[in-house]
Design a binder for this molecule. Structure first.
Ligand code: CUK
Ligand code: CUA
Ligand code: CA
Length: 603
């Protein structure tokens, strides 16, 4: 597939196999060398794809480069990340946004990329918080959280997908049933909802409620149906109760009909959201019977079929996405969880129990051709989701596939009783799948999306746009209001302005820090000794830290990102005075030499 790094590998490969892998037999060594060549991206060269991996209980998203499998960055979302200055401080907007939406922890499962005309458009990434009924939007210009909203009436916000082709909604389904209307504990009142949120603001526009639950979501491609798998049609409250029936369902929601019913006032407003109760207004939700307790739900790239992976059944159910009829139910292996697609009519299904990815041909399976199974490959171990590049769009790329494995066992150096989750990169460009690399990750990726770097090439911002509230260079000031002190501070290599300010013990201090750099990557941090404060302020960004001044004395604040040769000198003093001692509001009180005004030329 990729030959551009061939020469580098000619040098690298023999080294690798003589030094460390002397036990590899010759014929295997050739295969390993070719795999190494495929994933080798020399330092300074860029990967072909971004892979966004959900962080599960880490509460955010991890960005990797594919095919090198290099970790590039973390996007914290539902959990404060003090090291990155995210939501770790009373004053920051990220803290307020997260706190206003609920608890400061989340469980992210399904990253979803926005599309235009059936292709990724590089604008937004949405992700769910299963634990606390929230959805977040990440702006891909900055790779930063732009919005977090609580979804009313939902519990276990699990399946998440964009309503295609327009993406005007993202929709999220409730996996955990409860009574959100009367707040009783009576299971007879239990409902789940599928919530439709405005793709930009994440306001919940309307919901469809029903008995039972919904697990994983996928959208049809023509603006009519969206689909969810439903494993608890029994409305059971015990694991036995949830597997009583031989068949559960795929739910198909007729979105235009739901919109019409809402417009006609047929919905009941519950907790501020119009809810169509499917038990009272049937027709919005069609249940298509599938073998018991299905899991993955995936619409084919052409929008013709929706596939429900069997989980407890060794089958994948193929449903016509327009007639809603089951057209085939091929056997694929044990524990099928999720399916993904290439550009040649093949499906790749993860088999949790078999620890395999199985490749099968969709049309052959529909026609009943016994040769529908094409290939299978072992993965390590117990794969959950699997995702091929572009598989959620109308134009999959058919080159790379990621297998997101729950256990890594002996794959990596042992690091105590717990081991990392493991992803494997599989080349699906040929007839046979080839596992070419494995990379560990923080816990616990459930799903991933890959987007070509070309899509984002002209979108990713170089710097933030200075917000209106930003302090301008030369306009730094200290504003005192009784026990409250506001410090309007700028930073640029390699100086904070002011370099000191005075305050009394117990005063509430807010530092409004603006990074006035115009050069990408010139992040400055602001740590304040013994006050638990760390901001990360990227170029063009303005961040606020609010805290209470400690006992009298000198506390240095310093830059936490190594930014220049004078990084260590990039520091200033908070001078906490004793009660009754006068404080100065001039910039840099007590600085030596006195009366030297700070200048803006610190390049
Ligand atoms: S779920 Cu985790 S493996 Cu939340 Cu998408 Cu299937
Ligand atoms: Cu600024 Cu280090
Ligand atoms: Ca069931």
């Amino acid at each position: 597939m990729k030959t551009k790094y061939f020469f580098a590998l000619i040098i690298a490969a023999p080294l690798a196999f003589t030094a460390c892998n002397s036990e590899v037999p010759k014929e295997k060594a050739a295969a390993v060398a070719s795999a190494a060549q495929q994933v080798y991206v020399p330092p300074g060269k860029l990967d072909d794809y971004y892979a966004f991996l959900s962080g599960g209980q880490s509460g955010g998203v991890f960005v990797y480069g594919i095919p090198s499998c290099r970790y590039i960055r973390e996007i914290p979302i539902f959990e404060p990340r003090a090291g990155l200055g995210y939501a770790n401080n009373l004053g920051t907007e990220s803290y307020k946004r997260l706190r206003d939406s609920g608890p400061i922890w989340g469980d992210t499962h399904h990253p979803v990329l926005s599309q235009t005309d059936g292709k990724y458009d590089g604008k937004n990434l949405w992700i769910n918080d299963k634990a606390n009924g929230r959805v977040a939007r990440v702006d891909l210009h900055t790779f930063d959280v732009a919005e977090i909203k609580r979804v009313p009436n939902i519990q276990g916000a699990h399946g998440l997908a964009a309503y295609l082709p327009s993406c005007k909604y993202v929709f999220v389904n409730g996996e955990l049933e409860h009574d959100f209307e009367k707040n009783t504990t009576d299971p007879a009142n239990y409902r789940s909802v599928i919530a439709f949120l405005d793709g930009q603001t994440l306001e919940t526009k309307f919901e469809v409620s029903f008995v039972g639950n919904a697990d994983i979501a996928s959208s049809g491609k023509d603006g009519k149906y969206v689909f969810v798998t439903m494993y608890n049609t029994e409305n059971g409250q015990s694991s036995e109760g949830m597997i009583e029936r031989d068949r559960d369902a795929v739910g198909a929601i007729d979105v235009p009909l739901a919109e019409k019913l809402v417009a006609e006032g047929k919905a009941t407003v519950i907790n501020g959201v119009p809810v169509i109760d499917e038990t009272k207004i049937p027709g919005v939700l069609t249940r298509i019977p599938v073998p018991k307790n299905p899991h993955g739900c995936n619409v084919t790239p052409d929008g013709k079929y929706v596939l429900a992976s069997g989980k407890l059944s060794p089958t994948v159910t193929i449903i016509d996405a327009h007639t809603l009829k089951v057209v085939a139910e091929p056997e694929v292996g044990l524990g099928p969880l999720h399916s993904t697609f290439d550009n040649r009519g093949n499906v790749y299904t993860s088999l949790f129990v078999d620890s395999q990815i199985v490749k099968w041909n969709l049309e052959k399976a529909i026609k009943g051709d016994p040769s529908y199974l094409v290939d299978r490959v072992d993965v390590h171990y117990n794969v959950g989701h699997t995702k091929a590049a572009g598989a959620d769009t109308s134009y999959p790329s058919g080159d790379w596939l990621i297998s997101l494995n729950k256990l890594s066992k002996g794959m990596f150096l042992p690091v105590g009783p717990a081991m990392p989750e493991s992803q494997e990169l599989i080349d699906i460009s040929g007839d046979k799948m080839k596992v070419v690399a494995a990379f560990p990750s923080p816990p616990e990726p459930h799903d991933a999306v890959m987007v070509s770097r070309q899509v984002l090439a002209d979108k990713v911002a170089q710097t933030y746009q200075l917000p209106a509230k930003a302090t301008k260079l030369g306009e730094e000031k200290v504003v005192r209001n009784g026990k409250k002190l506001e410090v309007f501070m700028t930073c640029i290599r390699s100086k904070f302005i002011p370099e000191s300010f005075e305050v009394h013990q117990g005063d509430e201090v807010t530092i409004h820090l603006t990074n006035v750099e115009t050069v990408r990557d010139m992040t400055h941090g602001l740590a304040i000794a013994n006050h638990g404060i760390n901001l990360a302020c990227d170029p063009g960004q303005s961040q606020d830290a609010t805290f209470t001044a400690g006992k009298p004395g000198t506390y240095w604040y310093y830059c936490t990102w190594f930014c220049s040769a004078l990084h260590l000198e990039m520091r200033g003093r908070m001078l906490v005075k004793n009660d009754g001692e006068p404080v100065s509001d001039s910039l840099n009180p007590g600085a030596v030499p006195a009366n030297v005004e700070p200048k803006a030329s610190y390049e």
